[in-house]
Design a protein around this ligand. Structure first.
Ligand code: C2O
Ligand code: CU
Length: 476
């Protein structure tokens, strides 16, 4: 069973309990196929967000909506995307990275590494069949601090993991916007102070573009919440007060259900939660417990007749079809995430309280590294040598070692890995595409290198990514 959060848990910085041993139902068979067509035109659009007080903002979006498009495909269907770059700023190229999808390398959307960047006025087509059901998202992989800061992303849902359907579903895309005080424009997205520390936070926190929205849900029902941290920067600790909730998927992929107390999520990380909603007229609160004082982010407001009265025991999702690594034969590989010697120097040059130096200065600054190697420059155009070469089909055990006092959500493209253990906390073993390293934390993950190609590994605090904490590896 599960317990609702108590006042003590609320202020006691709860951590989530480990998974129970229940096995997941086997993967569901893919449907008959078919094709979903998607048109994306990256462009500047003058649109108001729910949180911009009615003011239009110079958003950069993929569709005519201020909010990210939600794309749904069924397991087995092909997604065919036609991307047009309608941005007019010279040199402002784009691409689409399908975060967490184990797709063919050429569809991965990383400029220079796997495709030509799409220049203003040009177009590019992506085509793939997502192999795993779940909650994913897509975003630009070019000038990401600014392009994602202005909105270039969307949500991608692959249906086909529910063994017993839930009563309703809601998407909670959580992010800050870096709005100025009048909320009619953006503040600089990248600051040296932020890049060298925890990142530059937004000024307005939002769920689905709104500050503290009231989200309608059916009453006394089991509702699936697809929760995405799509912030460029902020690490949050997700929790719900006033309703029982269990986690059923991490980074889109089914996990044995465990009670949600709170869950730390770096940028790009997702969880799926089943919540038993309150009775008609009641509400539950979504909070970020990361800071000493929890921050309410949204309310779930229940309406209508009770849909369920039995005990709260939501069915697990069907397992994903992902090869399990052979831990007895896995080859070990160490990745150390560190600050570079130049960080202090650049910091000193900027004065200790930082100050905005602008992208031009920052492009010269490499502040972070993986195995002492910083990605050269702030763009993607200068490829360093690969940080590792993995043999196709072989199992690897990666030790991810954070030797900095900052947090780093580390993302691996093209593969999902199993999170095995941390030197600092009890984590339920689970599949993921992004794992959060706390300060000085060491986490072991394992995976089968079964997707050939050239793949990125980087911190998803985008300012860290773009000031050096980025690398690529080859699977061949
Ligand atoms: Cu979502 Cu290379 O990133
Ligand atoms: Cu980082």
């Amino acid at each position: 069973g599960t317990a609702a959060l108590t006042g003590a848990a609320l202020f006691g910085r709860p951590s989530s309990a480990p998974a129970d041993a229940r096995a997941l139902p086997p993967p569901l068979p893919p449907g008959p196929g078919g094709v979903v067509r998607l048109d994306l035109t990256a462009a500047e659009r003058s649109l108001a967000l729910p949180c911009s007080n009615g003011n239009a903002l110079p958003l950069w979006t993929f569709t005519d909506s201020a909010l990210p498009p939600v794309v749904r495909v069924k397991l087995g269907e092909r997604l065919d995307t036609h991307l047009v770059n309608g941005l007019t700023q010279p040199g402002e190229h784009v691409s689409v990275h399908w975060h967490g999808i184990r797709l063919p390398n050429a569809e991965d959307g990383v400029p220079y590494l796997v495709q030509k960047p799409v220049e203003p006025g040009e177009s590019f087509d992506y085509s793939f069949v997502p192999p795993d059901p779940g909650t994913f998202f897509f975003h630009t992989h070019c000038n990401t601090v600014e392009q994602l800061g202005r909105g270039l992303m969307g949500v991608l849902i692959v249906e086909g993991d529910e063994v017993e359907p839930y009563d309703a579903e809601r998407i909670l895309a959580i992010r800050d916007w870096r709005l100025n005080e009048a909320r009619d424009g953006f503040l600089p997205f990248l600051t040296l102070e932020g890049a060298g520390r925890a990142g530059t936070f937004g000024t307005v926190r939002s769920v689905n573009g709104a500050e503290m929205p009231a989200i309608d849900v059916p009453a006394s029902a089991d509702v699936r919440l697809r929760i995405l941290n799509v912030d460029p920067t902020r690490i949050m600790e997700f929790g719900i007060e006033g309703a029982d909730a269990v986690v059923v998927a991490i980074d889109g992929l089914a996990c044995p259900p465990f009670p949600l107390r709170s869950w730390k999520m770096g940028p790009a990380m997702r969880i799926d939660v089943i919540v038993r909603t309150p009775a008609d007229g009641g509400s539950a609160t979504v909070l970020d417990y990361f800071a000493a004082k929890p921050v309410p982010l949204a309310r779930l407001v229940a309406h209508g007749p009770a849909l369920r009265s039995g005990p709260f025991a939501p069915a697990p999702l069907a397992a994903a079809r992902i090869a399990a690594p052979d831990l007895s034969a896995a080859e070990p590989q160490l990745f150390t995430f560190s600050a570079t010697a130049t960080a202090a120097a650049v910091q000193a040059a900027a004065g200790d309280d930082g100050g905005f130096l602008g992208p031009l200065c920052l492009s010269a600054a490499s502040l972070w590294s993986i195995n002492k190697q910083s990605w050269p420059g702030s763009g993607m155009d200068r490829l360093p040598p690969p940080i590792a070469r993995f043999e196709r089909g072989r199992s690897y055990r990666l030790t991810l070692k954070n030797v900095t006092p900052r947090m780093h959500p580390i993302h691996v493209h093209g593969h999902s890995f199993t999170v095995l253990e941390s030197n600092k906390r009890d984590l339920p073993p689970h599949l993921a595409d992004t794992v959060l390293l706390l300060p000085n934390e060491v986490i072991d993950v394992a995976f089968v290198a079964d997707n050939p190609g050239r793949w990125m590994m980087h911190c998803h605090v985008i300012e860290h990514q773009e000031t050096g904490m980025m690398a690529w590896f080859e699977v061949a």
